[in-house]
Design a protein around this ligand. Structure first.
Ligand code: ZN
Length: 118
C-alpha cells in the first residue's frame, strides 16, 4: 500500500513537471512568434523610413556645397526641387547636416547664399 502511494506521488510529480515543461514550451513559442512579427514590422518600418521621399530623389548634380544660412558655414546641401513664385523660379535646398536640415530657397543664378557682409 505504501509503495503504491509513493508511486502515485512520483507519477503526480512527473505529471506536474511535464505540464510545466509544456507550459514553458508554449510560452517560448508565443514569445518567438511575437518577436518575429515585431522584427518584420520594425524592418518594414525601417525600409520605409530610409526610402527617399519622391521630392528628395536627387537630381543630377543635386548635391552641392553651399553656405548654409543656419549653420553659417559651407555645408553639403541637396537640391530638393524647384518652385515658381510670382513667375520667379527658385531652387529649394536642404542642408545635409543632420543637426540642421534647414530647407531654404535660392535663385538658380545665385546658388550660394551670400554670407552676411563683413
Ligand atoms: Zn545647415
Amino acid at each position: 500500500m505504501t509503495e503504491s502511494h509513493v508511486e502515485a506521488m512520483v507519477k503526480a510529480r512527473i505529471a506536474r513537471v511535464a505540464a510545466e515543461q509544456e507550459r514553458k514550451r508554449l510560452e517560448r513559442q508565443e514569445f518567438a512568434a511575437a518577436r518575429s512579427a515585431g522584427l518584420a514590422r520594425r524592418h518594414a518600418q525601417k525600409l520605409r523610413r530610409q526610402a527617399p521621399t519622391p521630392k528628395e530623389i536627387p537630381m543630377p548634380a543635386a548635391l552641392r556645397p553651399v553656405h548654409c544660412p543656419a549653420c553659417r558655414r559651407e555645408r553639403p546641401a541637396r537640391l530638393t526641387g524647384t518652385v515658381t513664385i510670382n513667375g520667379t523660379r527658385y531652387e529649394a535646398l536642404r542642408c545635409l547636416d543632420s543637426a540642421c536640415g534647414l530647407l531654404w530657397l535660392t535663385r538658380p543664378e545665385q546658388p550660394r547664399t551670400a554670407p552676411a557682409a563683413a
